[in-house]
Design a protein around this ligand. Structure first.
Ligand SMILES: CC(C)(COP(=O)(O)OP(=O)(O)OC[C@H]1O[C@@H](n2cnc3c(N)ncnc32)[C@H](O)[C@@H]1OP(=O)(O)O)[C@@H](O)C(=O)NCCC(=O)NCCS
Length: 224
Protein backbone atom coordinates (compact mmCIF):
# COMPACT_ATOMS: atom_id res chain seq x y z
CA UNK A 1 0.00 0.00 0.00
CA UNK A 2 1.61 3.24 -1.10
CA UNK A 3 0.21 6.68 -0.38
CA UNK A 4 2.03 9.94 -1.03
CA UNK A 5 2.56 12.48 1.77
CA UNK A 6 0.97 15.53 0.04
CA UNK A 7 -2.24 13.59 -0.31
CA UNK A 8 -2.05 12.61 3.33
CA UNK A 9 -2.16 16.26 4.46
CA UNK A 10 -5.03 17.19 2.11
CA UNK A 11 -7.08 14.18 3.14
CA UNK A 12 -6.49 14.77 6.83
CA UNK A 13 -7.89 18.30 6.71
CA UNK A 14 -10.83 17.18 4.56
CA UNK A 15 -11.76 14.59 7.21
CA UNK A 16 -11.92 17.24 9.92
CA UNK A 17 -14.09 19.59 7.87
CA UNK A 18 -16.46 16.86 6.84
CA UNK A 19 -16.81 15.61 10.38
CA UNK A 20 -17.78 19.07 11.57
CA UNK A 21 -19.88 20.35 8.68
CA UNK A 22 -21.74 17.35 7.38
CA UNK A 23 -25.05 16.33 8.92
CA UNK A 24 -25.30 12.78 10.32
CA UNK A 25 -27.24 11.42 7.33
CA UNK A 26 -24.75 12.39 4.65
CA UNK A 27 -23.50 9.51 2.58
CA UNK A 28 -20.42 8.98 0.48
CA UNK A 29 -18.33 5.96 -0.37
CA UNK A 30 -15.14 7.99 0.23
CA UNK A 31 -13.07 7.33 3.33
CA UNK A 32 -14.29 9.95 5.75
CA UNK A 33 -14.75 10.47 9.43
CA UNK A 34 -18.46 10.77 9.96
CA UNK A 35 -21.02 11.52 12.53
CA UNK A 36 -23.35 8.58 12.27
CA UNK A 37 -26.85 8.01 13.52
CA UNK A 38 -27.23 4.27 14.04
CA UNK A 39 -30.29 2.54 15.44
CA UNK A 40 -29.13 0.12 18.09
CA UNK A 41 -32.23 -1.36 19.64
CA UNK A 42 -32.01 0.78 22.77
CA UNK A 43 -32.54 3.98 20.78
CA UNK A 44 -30.54 6.16 18.48
CA UNK A 45 -26.84 6.40 19.11
CA UNK A 46 -25.07 9.29 17.46
CA UNK A 47 -21.54 8.08 17.00
CA UNK A 48 -18.37 8.94 15.24
CA UNK A 49 -16.40 6.70 13.00
CA UNK A 50 -14.03 6.12 10.14
CA UNK A 51 -16.12 4.73 7.37
CA UNK A 52 -15.33 2.32 4.57
CA UNK A 53 -17.57 0.65 2.02
CA UNK A 54 -19.04 -1.92 4.40
CA UNK A 55 -17.98 -1.08 7.94
CA UNK A 56 -17.30 1.79 10.26
CA UNK A 57 -14.47 1.82 12.80
CA UNK A 58 -15.86 3.38 15.96
CA UNK A 59 -14.44 4.12 19.41
CA UNK A 60 -14.85 1.34 21.94
CA UNK A 61 -17.80 1.72 24.23
CA UNK A 62 -17.97 -0.61 27.21
CA UNK A 63 -21.77 -0.66 27.33
CA UNK A 64 -22.13 -1.45 23.63
CA UNK A 65 -19.15 -3.65 22.86
CA UNK A 66 -17.91 -5.50 25.94
CA UNK A 67 -20.43 -8.35 26.09
CA UNK A 68 -19.75 -9.30 22.47
CA UNK A 69 -16.00 -9.06 22.93
CA UNK A 70 -16.15 -11.30 26.00
CA UNK A 71 -18.15 -13.90 24.07
CA UNK A 72 -15.94 -13.78 20.98
CA UNK A 73 -12.62 -13.98 22.81
CA UNK A 74 -13.94 -17.04 24.68
CA UNK A 75 -15.26 -18.73 21.52
CA UNK A 76 -12.91 -21.59 20.47
CA UNK A 77 -14.11 -21.23 16.90
CA UNK A 78 -12.95 -17.59 16.80
CA UNK A 79 -9.66 -18.13 18.65
CA UNK A 80 -8.56 -21.27 16.80
CA UNK A 81 -6.02 -19.37 14.70
CA UNK A 82 -5.50 -16.16 16.66
CA UNK A 83 -2.11 -15.61 18.28
CA UNK A 84 -3.69 -15.17 21.68
CA UNK A 85 -6.71 -17.07 22.90
CA UNK A 86 -7.57 -20.47 24.32
CA UNK A 87 -7.09 -19.13 27.83
CA UNK A 88 -10.33 -18.31 29.63
CA UNK A 89 -10.94 -14.56 29.53
CA UNK A 90 -12.69 -13.62 32.75
CA UNK A 91 -15.28 -10.83 32.89
CA UNK A 92 -13.16 -9.03 35.47
CA UNK A 93 -10.13 -9.05 33.18
CA UNK A 94 -12.16 -7.90 30.18
CA UNK A 95 -13.73 -5.11 32.23
CA UNK A 96 -10.31 -3.98 33.39
CA UNK A 97 -9.07 -3.99 29.79
CA UNK A 98 -12.06 -1.97 28.58
CA UNK A 99 -11.75 0.50 31.46
CA UNK A 100 -8.06 1.00 30.79
CA UNK A 101 -8.33 1.18 27.00
CA UNK A 102 -11.40 3.42 26.94
CA UNK A 103 -9.80 5.86 29.40
CA UNK A 104 -6.61 6.28 27.35
CA UNK A 105 -6.05 10.01 26.76
CA UNK A 106 -2.43 10.20 25.68
CA UNK A 107 -1.70 12.03 22.40
CA UNK A 108 0.75 9.21 21.66
CA UNK A 109 -1.04 6.02 22.75
CA UNK A 110 0.65 2.67 22.24
CA UNK A 111 -2.62 0.92 21.40
CA UNK A 112 -5.61 2.14 19.41
CA UNK A 113 -8.47 -0.34 19.21
CA UNK A 114 -11.68 0.26 17.29
CA UNK A 115 -14.92 -1.65 17.38
CA UNK A 116 -15.95 -2.72 13.88
CA UNK A 117 -19.59 -2.05 13.08
CA UNK A 118 -21.52 -2.55 9.88
CA UNK A 119 -22.88 0.61 8.28
CA UNK A 120 -26.22 -0.33 9.89
CA UNK A 121 -24.57 -0.15 13.31
CA UNK A 122 -24.20 -3.86 14.09
CA UNK A 123 -21.12 -4.67 16.13
CA UNK A 124 -19.22 -7.43 14.30
CA UNK A 125 -15.63 -7.25 15.48
CA UNK A 126 -12.56 -5.28 16.40
CA UNK A 127 -9.54 -3.85 14.62
CA UNK A 128 -6.47 -2.65 16.41
CA UNK A 129 -3.13 -0.92 16.09
CA UNK A 130 -0.86 -2.26 18.82
CA UNK A 131 2.61 -1.48 20.13
CA UNK A 132 2.52 1.79 18.22
CA UNK A 133 6.06 3.09 18.00
CA UNK A 134 5.86 6.81 17.22
CA UNK A 135 9.60 7.16 16.78
CA UNK A 136 9.76 4.55 14.04
CA UNK A 137 6.24 5.10 12.72
CA UNK A 138 5.25 1.48 13.09
CA UNK A 139 2.51 -0.61 14.65
CA UNK A 140 1.31 -4.20 14.86
CA UNK A 141 -2.19 -4.86 13.60
CA UNK A 142 -4.84 -7.33 14.67
CA UNK A 143 -8.35 -7.98 13.36
CA UNK A 144 -11.27 -10.05 14.54
CA UNK A 145 -14.71 -10.61 13.06
CA UNK A 146 -16.71 -12.38 15.76
CA UNK A 147 -20.03 -13.83 14.59
CA UNK A 148 -19.54 -16.86 12.36
CA UNK A 149 -22.18 -15.58 9.91
CA UNK A 150 -20.40 -12.22 9.62
CA UNK A 151 -17.12 -13.82 8.52
CA UNK A 152 -16.45 -14.15 4.81
CA UNK A 153 -18.66 -11.15 4.04
CA UNK A 154 -15.84 -8.71 3.32
CA UNK A 155 -16.08 -6.95 6.69
CA UNK A 156 -12.55 -7.93 7.75
CA UNK A 157 -11.05 -6.70 4.48
CA UNK A 158 -12.89 -3.38 4.65
CA UNK A 159 -11.96 -2.91 8.32
CA UNK A 160 -8.29 -3.61 7.55
CA UNK A 161 -8.39 -1.21 4.60
CA UNK A 162 -9.91 1.61 6.66
CA UNK A 163 -7.45 0.94 9.51
CA UNK A 164 -4.51 1.12 7.08
CA UNK A 165 -5.67 4.46 5.74
CA UNK A 166 -6.30 5.75 9.23
CA UNK A 167 -2.80 4.66 10.30
CA UNK A 168 -1.07 6.19 7.27
CA UNK A 169 -3.20 9.23 6.50
CA UNK A 170 -4.40 10.29 9.91
CA UNK A 171 -1.72 9.11 12.35
CA UNK A 172 1.16 9.48 9.88
CA UNK A 173 2.52 6.00 10.58
CA UNK A 174 4.53 4.40 7.79
CA UNK A 175 4.80 0.70 8.57
CA UNK A 176 2.18 -1.81 9.64
CA UNK A 177 3.25 -5.29 10.68
CA UNK A 178 1.21 -8.39 11.22
CA UNK A 179 1.88 -11.95 12.25
CA UNK A 180 -0.49 -14.68 11.17
CA UNK A 181 -0.54 -18.46 11.55
CA UNK A 182 0.18 -20.03 8.16
CA UNK A 183 -3.14 -21.96 8.30
CA UNK A 184 -5.15 -18.74 8.61
CA UNK A 185 -6.03 -18.41 4.92
CA UNK A 186 -8.74 -15.78 5.51
CA UNK A 187 -6.39 -13.52 7.45
CA UNK A 188 -3.55 -13.87 4.95
CA UNK A 189 -5.85 -13.12 2.03
CA UNK A 190 -7.45 -10.18 3.84
CA UNK A 191 -4.07 -8.59 4.58
CA UNK A 192 -2.76 -9.23 1.08
CA UNK A 193 -5.86 -7.57 -0.39
CA UNK A 194 -5.22 -4.37 1.56
CA UNK A 195 -1.54 -4.06 0.66
CA UNK A 196 0.44 -6.23 3.08
CA UNK A 197 3.23 -8.39 1.67
CA UNK A 198 4.84 -11.46 3.20
CA UNK A 199 8.31 -10.63 4.54
CA UNK A 200 9.19 -13.86 6.32
CA UNK A 201 8.18 -17.06 8.02
CA UNK A 202 9.08 -18.64 11.33
CA UNK A 203 8.57 -22.41 11.35
CA UNK A 204 7.20 -23.99 14.55
CA UNK A 205 6.62 -20.56 16.10
CA UNK A 206 3.42 -21.22 18.11
CA UNK A 207 2.11 -24.20 20.03
CA UNK A 208 -1.60 -24.43 19.34
CA UNK A 209 -3.97 -27.30 19.97
CA UNK A 210 -1.56 -30.19 19.66
CA UNK A 211 0.99 -28.91 17.14
CA UNK A 212 3.61 -26.28 16.54
CA UNK A 213 2.41 -23.82 13.92
CA UNK A 214 4.30 -21.75 11.39
CA UNK A 215 3.98 -17.96 11.60
CA UNK A 216 3.88 -15.67 8.56
CA UNK A 217 5.18 -12.11 8.99
CA UNK A 218 3.60 -9.44 6.80
CA UNK A 219 4.21 -5.74 6.29
CA UNK A 220 2.42 -2.83 4.63
CA UNK A 221 4.53 0.25 4.00
CA UNK A 222 3.44 3.78 3.15
CA UNK A 223 5.39 5.60 0.47
CA UNK A 224 7.15 8.48 2.25
C1 LIG B 1 -9.46 -13.38 9.64
C2 LIG B 1 -10.70 -12.50 9.62
C3 LIG B 1 -10.43 -11.20 10.36
C4 LIG B 1 -11.05 -12.19 8.14
O1 LIG B 1 -12.21 -11.38 8.12
P1 LIG B 1 -13.44 -11.79 7.19
O2 LIG B 1 -14.42 -10.70 7.25
O3 LIG B 1 -13.91 -13.14 7.58
O4 LIG B 1 -12.72 -11.86 5.78
P2 LIG B 1 -13.25 -11.32 4.38
O5 LIG B 1 -14.68 -11.69 4.21
O6 LIG B 1 -12.92 -9.88 4.28
O7 LIG B 1 -12.41 -12.20 3.39
C5 LIG B 1 -11.02 -11.98 3.19
C6 LIG B 1 -10.52 -12.91 2.10
O8 LIG B 1 -10.35 -14.21 2.67
C7 LIG B 1 -11.14 -15.14 1.97
N1 LIG B 1 -11.68 -16.04 2.98
C8 LIG B 1 -12.63 -15.78 3.88
N2 LIG B 1 -12.82 -16.85 4.68
C9 LIG B 1 -11.96 -17.80 4.24
C10 LIG B 1 -11.64 -19.12 4.65
N3 LIG B 1 -12.27 -19.70 5.69
N4 LIG B 1 -10.67 -19.80 3.98
C11 LIG B 1 -10.03 -19.22 2.95
N5 LIG B 1 -10.26 -17.96 2.52
C12 LIG B 1 -11.22 -17.27 3.16
C13 LIG B 1 -12.23 -14.35 1.30
O9 LIG B 1 -12.74 -15.03 0.16
C14 LIG B 1 -11.49 -13.09 0.95
O10 LIG B 1 -10.71 -13.26 -0.20
P3 LIG B 1 -11.22 -12.68 -1.63
O11 LIG B 1 -11.41 -11.22 -1.40
O12 LIG B 1 -10.11 -13.01 -2.56
O13 LIG B 1 -12.51 -13.38 -1.92
C15 LIG B 1 -11.93 -13.23 10.25
O14 LIG B 1 -12.26 -14.36 9.51
C16 LIG B 1 -11.70 -13.59 11.70
O15 LIG B 1 -11.82 -12.75 12.57
N6 LIG B 1 -11.36 -14.85 12.01
C17 LIG B 1 -11.19 -15.30 13.38
C18 LIG B 1 -10.12 -14.53 14.13
C19 LIG B 1 -8.79 -14.46 13.37
O16 LIG B 1 -8.29 -15.47 12.90
N7 LIG B 1 -8.25 -13.23 13.30
C20 LIG B 1 -6.98 -12.97 12.65
C21 LIG B 1 -5.86 -13.29 13.58
S1 LIG B 1 -4.28 -13.01 12.83
Amino acid sequence: MRIRRGRVRRLASAFTLRAVLRPPAFSSSAFVCKLAGARLGRGIFVGYGWEGERVRLVPLDKARHMENALAWFNDPDVTELTLTGDFPLARLAEEAWFDRTCAEMSPTPTDIVFAVETLAGEHVGSAGLHRIDWRHGSALTGTLIGPREARGQGYGTDAARVRTRYAFEVLGLRLLLSEVMAENAASLRMLERVGYREVGRIPRRYWRRGAYREAVLLAAERES
